[in-house]
Design a binder for this molecule. Structure first.
Ligand code: ASP
Ligand code: MG
Length: 404
């Protein structure tokens, strides 16, 4: 007899048929004597549709009202899921985030969970119910409804599993687990049996978006072991947990491709203290995230360098505007934008204890005639920027070299 937290994402509850299917799975677990808490997302497309409605009314709606609106998506799903269980004669009851005891700060639309007091959840479980909790939402200590940011149901599930000290936390989605690479790009990609939190974070940060990043960070911090698996079949998924010794024997766990980055090059930046600080302060003040940064050695009389960096593609216009505005004051010649790039990364905790990984990566790309425009590394990741039209072939080559 175990206490199991199951989270079902938008596609897994995307229609009443799918919701009935979820109810069948939940009923089967309960039939084996387990206690089950279910966290659900809004039905697929619903959150986007609600955001669209709000934007039809005004471009920048009040964020408190936005939360009031968005929370209805998950509230629809919890009620339907409870009904689908009733139809199978399984006692079940739905709870909003607030009723489940999820307390957050007051930052509307991106609230952080402060604590969870799942008294009601425990009581309802003790009475024999399946408890269905709305993901993505919570309540401030003052009783305002909040939401946790896009993809936040993952966080609700991980946090609830932590608070309940669940024996098992299963994240049901529309893929079979975490793969060595995107199977649409690399047909020979394989599902991983297990992966460490850090590898999962680096792969997600590198563009492999199986789960919300914050939820994986949270799981790492509170040591919540979870499984990512498909709601469409019964295959075992990928277990995400703390690094173990045996994980280090695999040098590279995965290769990811990120097509969502753009590169900016600032030409002829004065080589003097404070130039980089002022540039990146201006970028940060506009809430633009910078990923890789490369500065060339000083060149020319008087000393000038070129600085290139990458940002998320949707921020490119905003960044260009900011930089054009400060170019004269800082003294660089111009900001060249390049959307035509891809970032390819290899990730693995085994890198810590194996040498020559970078050399092998660069050699494989060189052999294929693929030029590297930028490089960055962390302890367990090496990323390169290549031309956009080389991204897929670079990903396949690196998968072949390191994982086949
Ligand atoms: N419904 C929310 C979203 O679409 C939360 C979630 O699905 O996790 O972002
Ligand atoms: Mg989701």
């Amino acid at each position: 007899m175990a206490l199991i937290v199951q989270k079902y994402g938008g596609t897994s509850v995307g229609s009443t048929e799918r919701i009935k299917h979820v109810a069948g799975r939940v009923a089967a677990y309960r039939g084996k004597g387990h206690r089950v808490v279910v966290i659900v997302s809004a039905m697929s497309g619903v959150t986007d549709r609600l955001i669209g409605l709000a934007r039809d009314i005004m471009p920048l709606p009040n964020e408190r009202e936005m939360d009031m609106l968005l929370a209805t998506g998950e509230q629809t799903t919890i009620a339907l899921t409870a009904m689908a269980l009733h139809a199978l004669k399984v006692p079940a009851i739905s709870l909003t985030g607030a009723q489940a005891g999820i307390t957050t700060d007051g930052v509307h639309t991106k609230a952080k969970i402060q604590n969870i007091t799942p008294k009601q959840v425990h009581r309802l479980l003790d009475d024999g119910n399946v408890v269905i909790v709305a993901g993505f939402q919570g309540q401030t200590p003052e009783g305002q409804i909040t939401t946790l940011g896009r993809g936040g149901s993952d966080l609700s599930a991980i946090a609830m599993a932590g608070a309940l000290k669940a024996d098992l936390c299963q994240i049901y989605t529309d893929v079979d687990g975490v793969y060595t690479s995107d199977p649409r790009v690399v047909p020979s990609a394989r599902k991983l049996g297990e992966i460490s939190y850090d590898e999962m974070l680096e792969l997600a940060g590198a563009g492999a978006k199986v789960m919300q990043l914050r939820s994986v960070e949270f799981a790492k911090k509170f040591k919540v072991v979870f499984e990512v698996r498909s709601s469409l079949n019964d295959n075992p998924g990928t277990i995400v947990k703390e690094e173990t010794q045996s994980m280090e024997s695999v040098v590279i766990r995965g290769v990811s491709l990120d097509r969502n980055q753009a590169k900016i090059t600032l030409v002829h930046v004065p080589d003097q203290p404070g130039a980089a600080a002022r540039i990146f302060k201006a970028i940060a003040d506009s809430a633009i995230n910078v990923d890789m940064i490369v500065q060339t050695a000083s060149h020319g009389a008087g000393g000038a360098t070129d600085i290139s960096f990458t940002i998320d593609k949707p921020d490119l216009l905003k960044a260009k505007k900011v930089l054009d505005g400060i170019g004269n004051a800082i003294g660089f010649k111009h900001a060249a934008a390049d959307e035509n790039i891809s970032k390819v990364s290899i990730v693995g905790v085994g890198m810590r204890s194996h040498s020559g990984v970078a050399a092998k990566m660069f050699e494989a790309l060189a052999d294929a005639g693929i030029n590297i425009e930028m490089i960055s590394t962390s302890e367990i990741k090496i990323s390169v920027v290549v031309k956009a039209d080389k991204g897929e072939s670079a990903t396949r080559i690196l998968h072949r070299v390191f994982l086949e």
